[in-house]
Design a protein. Structure first.
Length: 357
């Protein structure tokens, strides 16, 4: 079979690109993934936090634009906008504010400790509340992209491992489900993006998958389902309510040779130490569930979106580094516009920044 576009990766990067590309009227699109279910890795295992108050101006603008889009999906995708609370120094929090883009309010520590009892014994200088932040139904959002693209003719092939790539425009893809031809090959493979690039002989992009652990803790008093999620920038942890418990991460980031969602016992021990030190009111909690996922980042921390400098019609949508859900609408829109109309992309995301002159 021959397709105008084959997108490798059925997580947020690939699904959102397929969704927006299908809106352009280009019907010959195939979305493939090595797993049996979409979003099995990072896109389906993250903390579901939608955060607009971040220090990076580009990320702020993208997440604000995405929020407006996600709000329009009400009734199809649950988006519980109970807000967020960033904790830290006033200086660090000021860097995350963009009052011209999104409403934020500084809160006093005493007020926050009253609202969220688990923070009663935690020391922090200030808090920044963003009322329009919240928790997204990541499964529903991912399925929305995929099903809407399908309705416009996009084909989806799961449990399809890409084994080799020969030629270019058209590319000949040898997969576990047979041979496929693609006029344009889109690399949205997340933690496997560097591997897919090597298969196609594309530019060597310095992408590293970083493992992060998440835990659900039970037995912690005073949790409200509608409380804002909390992210401590100084002590590097975040938490939110989850089915009567507390979903918690210590913001660990370690390179991992294995790309399986295994749990490192050492991180579980670090979790216990952090809670005992910073949140003693949660020290009696027990771990109900634990898992890991990956945040794949480029060497400079920026997104990698655009045509490969060396291989014609090979296109990158990678290196979203934990911001896949929150920015997926805009990432997909920008990628699709560049693919369908050659619309220019910012130099800050283009793969050409990694080439030597």
């Amino acid at each position: 079979m021959h397709y105008d576009f084959v997108i490798v990766g059925c997580g947020f990067a690939g699904a959102a690109t397929a969704y927006h590309l299908s809106r352009s009227g280009l019907q010959s699109i195939l979305l493939i993934d090595r797993e049996k279910v979409p979003g099995y890795h990072a896109s389906g295992r993250n903390a579901s936090l939608f955060l607009q108050s971040v220090a990076d101006p580009m990320l702020r603008e993208m997440t604000v634009a995405c929020r407006r889009a996600y709000e329009s999906l009400s009734g199809r995708v649950d988006f519980d906008q109970h807000g967020s609370l960033l904790l830290g120094t006033r200086e660090a929090l000021e860097e995350c504010r963009a009052p011209d883009l999104v409403e934020t309010v500084f809160r006093e520590p005493a007020e926050i400790r009253d609202r969220i009892p688990v923070l009663a014994d935690h020391a922090f200088e200030s808090a920044l509340e963003t009322p329009s932040d919240g928790v997204m139904d990541i499964s529903a959002l991912l399925q929305f992209y995929i099903e809407a693209a399908r309705e416009r003719g996009t084909e989806v092939l799961l449990d399809c491992r890409l084994e080799s790539v020969t030629g270019d425009s058209p590319f000949v893809l040898s997969t576990s489900k047979g041979r496929i031809q693609a006029s344009t090959l889109v690399n949205a493979a997340g933690a496997w993006a560097a591997e897919i690039g090597r298969l196609a002989g594309a530019t060597e992009i310095p992408l590293t998958p970083w493992k992060r652990h998440l835990f659900v803790l039970d037995g912690i008093p005073g949790l409200a389902r509608d409380m804002p999620f909390v992210w401590d920038l100084a002590q590097e942890f975040y938490f939110r309510s989850e089915s009567g418990g507390l979903l918690f991460s210590i913001c660990d980031e370690l390179p991992s040779k294995s790309l399986e969602p295994t749990v490192d016992p050492a991180i579980t021990a670090e979790l216990a130490e952090l809670i005992l030190r910073e949140l003693p009111r949660a020290s009696g909690g027990t771990v109900r569930q634990a898992w890991s996922c990956f945040r794949t980042k480029a060497e400079d921390g920026g997104f990698v979106i655009g045509p490969d400098p060396g291989v014609d019609r090979f296109f990158w949508v990678a290196g979203l580094g934990g911001h896949g859900m929150g920015t997926s609408w805009e990432v997909g829109r920008l990628a699709a516009a560049a693919l369908a109309t050659d619309r220019p992309l910012s130099a800050s995301v283009k793969p050409t920044r990694f080439t030597t002159v």
